[in-house]
Design a protein around this ligand. Structure first.
Ligand SMILES: [Zn+2]
Length: 76
């Protein structure tokens, strides 16, 4: 079962724990990402909103942490 989800925040695609965030976070909320940052979400972080900004990179620390937590093989 999936235990994490991606969430755009502060210009990158970070991962968050579904245990900590069973419901999708909303603009204005602060989230703690798998890479350990506390980030406030804005309307630019939600694809369903017109303010959404595309072309964000992936946070590789979050990606590595996700794979470690779910016992997936690391990305080579
Ligand atoms: Zn991250």
């Amino acid at each position: 079962m999936r235990q994490h989800r991606w969430q755009d925040a502060a210009g990158l695609r970070h991962a968050i724990s579904l245990q900590s965030y069973p419901l999708p976070p909303r603009p204005g909320e602060e989230i703690q990402t798998l890479c350990g940052e506390d980030l406030e979400l804005t309307e630019q972080d939600f694809p369903q909103l017109p303010q959404y900004q595309r072309l964000k990179g992936t946070c590789f620390t979050c990606q590595a942490e996700w794979r470690a937590r779910e016992s997936l093989r690391p990305v080579p």
